[in-house]
Design a protein around this ligand. Structure first.
Ligand code: LLP
Length: 432
């Protein structure tokens, strides 16, 4: 469910028309629905209610402070992957004691900062990292809470670039080596073995790989709990969302449809996993990113030109791969709808950006209504891994972000002034 829908022929985010936001704030524009974020968080929270649990939002999916504040206010913690993310979360009002620090390449400075702030756990990905955390903690006269990330060697059946739980990937420690690693880590005086972590991949649309991975590691978790007194088990994120057709999936009727029955919902996820996890008697952490933020955001863009080449109908828009890289990077599908609904026949169109790369596209051969220069299109399901992956490529400034709640809207990140794209650059002294 989400709160982007047509009222008459106009696309709305909750109680605010997208057209009015575009008039006020221009394009390209990211728009987030606070109610959608809240409901997604609550759905997971309810599904996991039978367990002692903590939802740590994977803020890499959307780190806007207004989004983080929404989730912190609901009692959520955060899955962070850098000092920058921890600083950002704290600035947004997060409790570091509810933050878990993931990632294969934590630097000394990052570990020191996170230890000072008191994160809930370092989710370590290698033995050299455990040794480094121990060394830094000793120097700071602290005990560092750690978990080790297991690589369970389970295929998540998702896009190769977002699979993380097989031995082809750089993540975690092979399941066969984990016990020995915990045994050695238990000898490191400044570590507290607090938990166990797993994350097998992103955008999973079936519950099976989750089930398979949890079943595979449970005997191991039981043994480790007994031996080392673990307190938590983090089952990672990865819950997939509906990218197609995302607009219909926002409605209650759609959720009654046959198609909806095959969707991986929090209820189904919990139905299969809670009975496996409950007997462990551990605190269960979950690190969802996309499930919470994905369908809570759209990217709105203006059509600059319609270019017909005889072979193709190109809609050239003012957003580009620097704003939303997912189609270029993962061949990802994003539903595209006009901000003002049009009737009439559909025309097969390529929606492309102005960047000088053939990969700069949002859709190819997509049936779309007849639209023209000055019309606006909305790219749906852009709330996760959208703005956060944007760049200044082609010296394009980064888009503005707006948060909507009911009838209210506010800019929660102003459009980047283009000069900021070269801030900090200078010519070399001998060129002056
Ligand atoms: N926990 C860990 C340790 C992770 O690495 C990730 C995502 C998550 C949780 C959250 O996964 P989610 O619930 O969002 O699936 N840029 C890609 C996705 C990269 C995911 C990276 N790790 C995309 O646009 O599809």
């Amino acid at each position: 469910m989400h709160h982007f829908r047509y009222v008459g022929n106009k696309l709305y985010c909750e109680g605010v028309s997208v057209e009015s936001l575009v008039k006020k704030y221009g394009t390209p524009l990211y728009i987030y629905s606070q109610r959608t974020l809240t409901e997604h968080f609550q759905k997971l929270d309810t599904a996991l209610a039978p367990l002692d649990h903590l939802i740590c939002f994977a803020m890499k999916s959307n780190s806007n402070q207004a989004v983080l504040r929404t989730l912190a206010n609901l009692g959520g913690g955060f899955d962070i992957v850098s000092e920058g993310e921890l600083r950002r979360a704290i600035a947004a009002g997060a409790d570091p004691g509810k933050c878990v620090f993931a990632g294969v390449g934590k630097t000394e400075e990052e570990i020191e900062f996170a230890l000072k702030k008191g994160v809930y756990s370092f989710n370590a990905e290698s033995e050299p990292e455990l040794q480094r955390i121990n060394r830094i903690a000793a120097r700071m006269k602290k005990i560092a809470p750690v978990a080790v990330r297991v690589n369970p060697n389970v295929d998540a059946h998702t896009h190769a670039k977002i699979t993380t739980g097989t031995y082809e990937n750089k993540f975690g420690i092979a399941i066969e080596q984990i016990e020995a690693v915990y045994a050695r880590a238990s000898k490191l005086k400044n570590l507290r073995l607090r938990g166990f972590q797993m994350h097998i991949g992103s955008q999973l649309t079936s519950v099976q790989p989750f089930e398979q991975a949890v079943k595979k590691v449970i005997p191991l978790v039981e043994r480790l709990k007994k031996k080392h007194g673990l307190e938590f088990f983090s089952i990672g994120g990865g819950l997939g969302i509906v990218y197609n057709p995302a607009l219909e999936s926002g409605t209650a009727e759609w959720w009654q449809s046959a198609k909806a029955k095959s969707i991986l919902t929090p209820a189904l996820y919990a139905k299969r996993l809670v009975p496996l996890l409950k007997p462990l008697g551990l605190r269960i952490l979950m690190e969802p990113g996309r499930f919470i933020s994905g369908n809570a955001g759209i990217l709105v863009t203006r059509i600059e030109y319609v270019k017909r080449t005889g072979k193709k109908n190109f809609l050239i828009v003012d957003a580009a791969m620097n704003d939303l890289i997912r189609p270029a990077f993962y061949e990802a599908y994003h539903e595209i709808v006009p901000v003002s609904r049009k009737n009439g026949t559909l025309i097969s169109s390529d929606v492309v950006g102005p960047i000088c790369e053939s990969g700069d596209f949002f859709a190819k051969d997509r049936p779309l209504p007849k639209v023209g220069e000055g019309d606006h299109l909305a790219l749906l399901s852009a709330g996760a891994y959208g703005f956060v992956m944007s760049s200044n490529y082609n010296t394009r400034s980064m888009a503005a972000e707006v948060l909507v709640s009911g009838n209210k809207s506010a800019v929660v990140r102003e459009r980047q002034p283009v000069e900021a794209a070269w801030a900090g650059e200078t010519v070399a002294p001998w060129q002056k």
